[in-house]
Write a protein that binds this ligand. Structure first.
Ligand SMILES: Cc1cc2nc3c(=O)[nH]c(=O)nc-3n(C[C@H](O)[C@H](O)[C@H](O)COP(=O)(O)O)c2cc1C
Length: 189
């Protein structure tokens, strides 16, 4: 098996984020040889085209962090049936300046949790459309719709429900296989 470093972006800056707990759970459950590292977005300023010629250091670091990993999992809440503004802002930084999109050919997966039975499905549809535009291969199955119940995740990312833990292990395995498949395709093909 190939060693992999997978970055994760949490689409919430809430101090009590259930999606951050889900991300921690994924990090804990990662198979041997797979390391999950956070790619933070909280320090990014609002994107403006005015800054294309002089990217702020936080945006330079953000794009480099994406370049440095073998794949990216985006763990996001659903806000108003779409993705939160902080996540969209981060994705806009990643895509710019024009022609220097950090997600081009980068294997990606999306997952999220909310109290709703559809578990962020509407947000994920919008996010997958953006990633498609970015030319980022994205995991199709399994779909990462996780309905949160109180206490499902501990603050440290322990999963209190065996079925959910099993699902997350399978999700990570499927994404690992996608990452490995694209690792064999030279960039720019
Ligand atoms: C502005 C706002 C919009 C929301 N819209 C949705 C929504 O469309 N669908 C949904 O399932 N939950 C929605 N919620 C509830 C979130 O799922 C819930 O607040 C969740 O805890 C957010 O994830 P986080 O804890 O990781 O920040 C919304 C919450 C906020 C604050």
């Amino acid at each position: 098996m190939t060693d992999r470093t997978i970055g994760y972006i949490v689409g919430s800056i809430s101090s009590t984020s259930i999606n951050r707990k889900l991300a921690k759970a994924l990090a804990r459950l990662a198979p041997e040889g797979t390391t999950l590292v956070e790619i933070p977005i909280a320090d990014l300023p609002f994107y403006s085209v005015d800054l294309d010629g002089d990217f702020p250091q936080a945006a330079v670091d953000f794009k480099q962090a994406i370049a440095d990993v073998d794949g990216v999992i985006i763990v996001t809440p659903e806000y108003s049936r779409s993705i939160p503004g902080v996540l969209k802002n981060a994705l806009d930084w990643a895509a710019r300046p024009y022609g220097q999109n950090a997600f081009d050919h980068k294997p990606t997966a999306v997952i999220g949790t909310s109290g709703s039975p559809i578990g962020t499905a509407a947000a994920q549809q919008h996010l997958k459309a953006i990633l498609s535009h970015f030319n980022a291969p994205t995991l199709g199955q399994p779909e990462g719709f996780v309905q949160s119940t109180p206490g499902l995740f501990s603050d440290e990312g322990e999963v209190m429900n065996d079925a959910t833990a099993g699902f997350l292990v399978g999700y990570l395995e499927a994404f690992g296989a996608l990452v490995d498949r694209y690792a064999r395709v030279p960039s720019g093909v």
